[in-house]
Design a protein around this ligand. Structure first.
Ligand SMILES: *[C@@H]1O[C@H](CO)[C@@H](O)[C@H](O)[C@H]1NC(C)=O
Ligand SMILES: *[C@@H]1O[C@H](CO)[C@@H](O)[C@H](O)[C@H]1NC(C)=O
Length: 369
């Protein structure tokens, strides 16, 4: 009897142990203390500077990291904190990191609020071994300090060490990026279907949107399609494209779309499989997000050697139209590229960049050219 009950006990302990061994990977949401609202202990703060590697709950810090409350600062600066009340500022060469359980091989997007604190060229380096990306924070896309970015990575093992690093060595030690909230989402890259060769054609699969994030999520430049936070799509050129949702913007189809906020300095592209010499019909929707972006807009589309310019007169009413382009494939791969010809800012806020919305991209083969 004693043997049986101790065996049962051992078995139960084993179940309990395995249940505690690895918490299930978060499929979506803020990282532990991801919005920095759980403050350092008083003894771990010297004025605003966090003391010791483990001074910030759930995070590991390296170098000079400040714990910031949004609003006017002692030095005369003003820090806008859009998500909650607190944020951290990374000083010269400082970093914060956190290890989280993930599924090896899966694609993830991190979403985080980030902004620069001075006029200098500040850069935020995000890395999850072996991937790393440098985000230029020079351009302010919204005037209220609420810029939110996404960055994608593919998990190489069952633990991802997420590191945010300020690689800069600014002259003024009071400068350096502000990090406001960090969330994660596992992404499921959609596949092309028989009636559409474009993957993630309506931009429905994309990064987590932070609560109260009414500014959309910026997809930074130089994102390759294998690790893009917008599965299937490549962000080209120098500046970001904005991922927008139906909750805060008008989107032509489904729950999401992209807004081309940086004129000719930013393009979104996808490489699709084609048959050389075959003709295809590319269709897409162009509109406005009903976000105060008015004026004469133009979206340029490229496929193989064919191009199309689609004018759209925006009255900021959330309208859209569809356009089509017949193209002839030249090889087994064809790159589709879209960008906005012009630059726009909101009519009520010249500090916020905006532009035409792109949605519902379709490519179907034509029976003859
Ligand atoms: C979102 O905004 C509402 C209303 O302004 C506020 O009550 C709530 O605390 C905010 N939530 C977060 C997570 O910031
Ligand atoms: C491409 O598709 C659009 C929308 O269905 C259609 O109006 C257009 O005629 C098609 N173009 C060709 C060349 O078939």
């Amino acid at each position: 009897m004693a043997v049986t009950s101790s065996a049962v006990l051992a078995f139960l302990l084993l179940i309990a142990a395995s249940a505690f061994a690895a918490p299930p990977p978060p499929s979506e949401g803020l990282l532990p203390n991801g919005n920095f609202e759980d403050p350092p202990k008083r003894t771990d703060l010297k004025k605003t500077v966090i003391q010791g590697k483990n001074g910030l709950p759930k995070w590991e810090i390296n170098g000079l990291v400040e714990y910031i409350s949004g609003g006017p600062q002692p030095g005369g600066m003003f820090f806008a904190v859009a998500h909650g009340v607190h944020a951290v500022r990374l000083g010269n060469d400082a970093s914060i990191s956190q290890s989280i359980p993930v599924k090896p091989g899966s694609l993830y997007a991190l979403t985080f609020g980030a902004s620069r604190t001075c006029a200098q060229d500040e850069v935020l380096r995000v890395s999850v071994h072996p991937q790393t990306g440098d985000l230029p924070l020079q351009t302010l896309y919204s005037s209220n300090g609420g810029d939110t970015y996404a960055w994608g990575f593919r998990a190489a093992s069952n633990v991802a060490k997420v590191v945010f690093h300020n690689p800069g060595v600014q002259e003024d030690p009071a400068c350096g990026p502000l990090l406001d909230a960090v969330a994660i989402k596992e992404l499921f890259p959609p596949r092309p279907t028989r009636d559409n060769l474009v993957k993630n054609a309506g931009f429905e699969e994309g990064p987590h949107r932070l609560i109260n994030s009414s500014n959309g999520v910026l997809l930074p430049p130089r994102q390759e399609d294998l690790t893009s936070p917008l599965p299937g799509w490549i962000i080209e050129s120098l500046k970001a494209v904005k991922f927008i949702d139906k909750k805060h913007f008008n989107v032509p189809f489904g729950l999401a779309a992209v807004e081309l906020v940086a004129g000719r300095e930013s393009a979104i592209a996808q490489v699709i499989r084609t048959l050389p010499s075959k003709c295809y019909n590319l269709t897409f929707a162009v509109g406005d997000a009903r976000n105060g972006c008015h004026g004469s807009m133009m979206v340029e589309a490229f496929a193989a050697k064919d191009t199309l310019k689609v004018p759209f007169q925006s009255q900021g009413k959330g309208r859209f139209k569809t356009a089509s382009l017949k193209f002839k494939a030249l090889s087994a791969r064809t790159r589709l590229t879209f960008f906005s010809s012009f630059y726009h800012t909101r009519i009520d806020d010249f500090g916020s960049l905006c532009g035409p919305v792109l949605d519902e991209v379709r490519v179907v083969p034509l029976s003859r050219c």
